[in-house]
Ligand binder design. Structure first.
Ligand code: P6P
Length: 333
């Protein structure tokens, strides 16, 4: 464990000193995302109490409207980032189109986020998460759709906030991957995992929804069967909440897979979103020595054609990802 007295903001400022061009607005942007995470964490942690505390689920004792957690999380980001003049616009899983902050004529960044991924799991007290991705604007001061349709390799920062047994923020700016744990008594994220690296684990985990087995193509089915018939088989771990399944793969090693599914044989598709799920997690995986693929190419090298584009995802320990992708593309074991 690390020295837990390093606050997240101090850590970011220390990192910023290495970027002479940094004007502090990037640090302020990360601080705003942290604030949104704290606000969402507070709401997520009391979600189960809606009934118990006599909160109607529509209007609480303070007469405030109790929003669906997805909407609440999305609004938390919008309310905070729309006041940050370095942000030219945001895109969200919860919004069909980006929100452009036209008055921010000196903006330098745009932000994409999944405000509360896996939120249906909150009803059964399973961890859920926020995922975010930050790009520098192509032209300072103006934000257009093209600023959002970027390869993941152009991200300047990416991260997630995991609302679990503790609230953790994990992020990278390309200078390693670092984890911070929220000390709710202080209201501060404190450094708990400096310099995370995805291990090549001796105990090998794979993470996939086996319930989709009949919807996979033959090579995918063969590969999963192969994993189960090793002398030393993999162990299956599947939470059904992307941030949790990825976080375990980051800490313990292993591979998370969401293959193409052929429910519609004429139109096979992935489920997970490229821009605000796969790309940010792929940036983290890469900076932690792992990798991420859509089964054909590096996730970070996919040029998106639309904002809410879905992709298959293979992410985690590099050797496991490489083996899986090679096998499902006809490579021999
Ligand atoms: P399935 C949650 O709804 C989510 O978007 C991700 O968090 C998770 O990885 C995936 O869907 C689970 O999908 O089809 O296994 O229920």
């Amino acid at each position: 464990m690390n020295d837990n007295n390093i606050q997240l903001q101090h850590f970011i400022l220390n990192q910023q000193k290495r970027f002479p061009y940094a004007k502090g607005d990037f640090t302020l942007l990360l601080s705003d995302i942290i604030l949104a995470g704290k606000i969402i964490s507070r709401e997520v942690n009391k979600a189960g109490l809606v009934e118990i505390l006599g909160l109607t689920g529509h209007e609480n004792v303070q007469g405030e409207q109790v929003q669906k957690l997805d909407d609440f999380a999305n609004n938390a980001f919008l309310n905070i980032l729309s006041k940050n003049e370095s942000v030219g616009g945001v895109a969200s899983e919860e919004m069909a189109e980006p929100d452009y902050f036209l008055k921010h004529t000196k903006a330098r960044y745009c932000v994409l986020f999944d405000p509360l991924d896996g939120s249906s799991n909150i009803d059964v007290n399973v961890s859920i998460g926020t995922i975010f991705s930050i790009y520098k604007l192509l032209n300072e001061g103006e934000c257009t759709e093209q600023d959002f349709l970027r390869k993941g390799s152009e991200q300047v920062a990416a991260g997630y906030i995991l609302y679990g047994s503790s609230t953790m923020l994990v992020f990278t700016t390309g200078e390693g991957v670092h984890g911070f744990t929220l000390d709710s008594s202080l209201g501060e994220f404190l450094l708990s995992h400096e310099g995370l690296s995805i291990p090549e684990p001796s105990k090998r985990y794979y993470s996939i929804n086996e319930g989709n087995y009949k919807y996979w193509n033959e090579k995918t089915r063969e590969y999963i069967d192969y994993l189960k018939h090793q002398d030393k088989p993999f162990s299956l771990r599947y939470i059904g909440s992307l941030v949790s399944d990825f976080h375990r793969s980051l800490i313990y090693g292993g591979i998370f897979m969401y293959p193409l599914d052929y429910k519609n044989p004429d139109k096979p598709k992935g489920k997970l979103r490229l821009m605000y799920e796969a790309n940010p997690l792929a940036m983290i995986a890469k900076n932690a020595g792992g990798s991420a693929s859509n089964g054909e190419k590096d996730i970070l090298e996919i040029k998106p054609s639309e904002l809410h584009q879905r992709e298959p995802l293979y992410i985690g320990t590099a050797s496991f990802v490489n083996e899986a992708v090679s096998y499902i593309n006809g490579g021999k074991k």
